[in-house]
Design a protein. Sequence first.
Length: 134
Amino acid sequence: MPTRRVIIPPGMENIYDTYHYAPGLLIGDTLYISGQVGRDENLNVVEGAEAQYAQAFENVGRVLNAAGADFDDVVELETWFADDMADLASFMAVKDRYFTSRYPTWAGFAVKGFSMPGILVEIKCTAIVGLETA
């Protein structure tokens, strides 16, 4: 029977303790990553679209690393964009810095808004820890 392990990278304890959700859950070798946004460890929203996209991916990376995984282990990527996807080309350029050869499935959505003002994107992933390429 698989085990359930909560993944809380250093600096994300406040998310678990205050907002009562796990940054990641590792069930067996499958890692479910909660939506990550472009805010720093103090929960301040990062200024500028490209910087915010990069911060969101950095936050995903922190959860991956805490579980012993990396971006090559990601099999599913979901992104939600504030209002529209007009800045998709910029987002894709940032995304391609993190996914360089082993590409996940991907779905992107435009939404009306997020839980904090100023958030432009939220990134949610599923990864298989230790995934090998066939």
